[in-house]
Design a protein around this ligand. Sequence first.
Ligand SMILES: [Zn+2]
Length: 306
Amino acid sequence: MSADLLNPAFTNEKAAIAHLEASRWPDGVNCPHCGSINVHRMGGKTQAGMFICNDCRDKFTARTGTIMERSHVPVHKWLLAIHLLNQGKNGASAHEIHRSLSITYKTAWFLCHRIREAMIDQKPTPMGGKGKSVQADETYYGNSSKRAKGYKKGHSHKQGVVALVEPKGRARVFHVKPATADSVRDILVRNVSRESELHTDESRLYVEVGKEFTAHKTVEHGWNQRGFYVGKDGQTTNAVENFFGNFKRGMKGTYRFCGEQHLQRYLTEFEFRHNNRSGLGVTDGERAAIALKGIEGKRLTYRISR
Ligand SMILES: [Zn+2]
C-alpha cells in the first residue's frame, strides 16, 4: 500500500469533503448555479458540506454540477477511485475498484466511466506546430476469437482507432468506424497544426491529407528485427505504435467485458494517463488531482442511483 492511501481524504468523509472543496474552489466558494460568491455554509447536522447562495437562494455542495452529483457513493470513495484509476501506467480495473472500495461491481463500473469523463481534455490546443512532428496511425480493436459466432476475417467487424501522437509529447485518440480517408482527414485537420510535419506509415489513408501539412513523411509499417523502421530523414512512427502497444496490453482482459459503445471512454483514460505521465514529470498524486479538477461541467450521461 502506498503512503498516499493513508491520506484521511480516502477514509474520512469530512476530510474528503474538505479536500473536494479545496480542489474545486481554491479561490473561495462560489455558487454553481449563478456564480455568486455571496454564499454561506449551512449549520445543521444533516447539512454537512451544504451551502446556500444568498443571491439565488439555491442550495449546493461541492458535488453539485460534477460527475459526483446524484451519486450516493461517499466522497472519500470517489477520491480513492480517482486515485486508483490514476496509479501508474495502467490504473485499475472496475473489479479492483469494486474490491478496494467495498462497493458493488456495477457501482464501481459506473464510477470508473464517470471518472473517465473527468479525464476528457476540455480545451484541447492544436498538436504539433512549426518545426514539430505529429505521428498518426490507425489500428483495429475488438474480439477476434475465431470461435466466436459470425467471425469474419479482416477488419470489417473490428473497431477502428486513430491515434495522433507528438513524439515525447501528447497523444489524442479517436474511435472511428471505419477509418477512411475522410474520417482520418477530419481528425487530423481538427487537431493538428498545419505547420507540423506529418509522419505516418505508407497507408493510402494519409496520402491526400498529407498534402495539407508542411511535410508528409512516411515509413514502412511496424518493426523489423532491429526495432522500428526509420525513414531516410529519421522519421518513425514508433511513438504512436508504442501508444497502441500500451493500450492493447493495458486493455487485455478488460475490453472483452465492454461493448464498442464504451471504447472511446477507455481510449480517453489511456490518453489522459499518457498526457499526464511520469515521463513528463507528473506524479500519480498530481495526475489524480488533475482528474479531480475535471469533474465539473461534464455531460451527465449516467445516473448513479445505487
Ligand atoms: Zn446562486
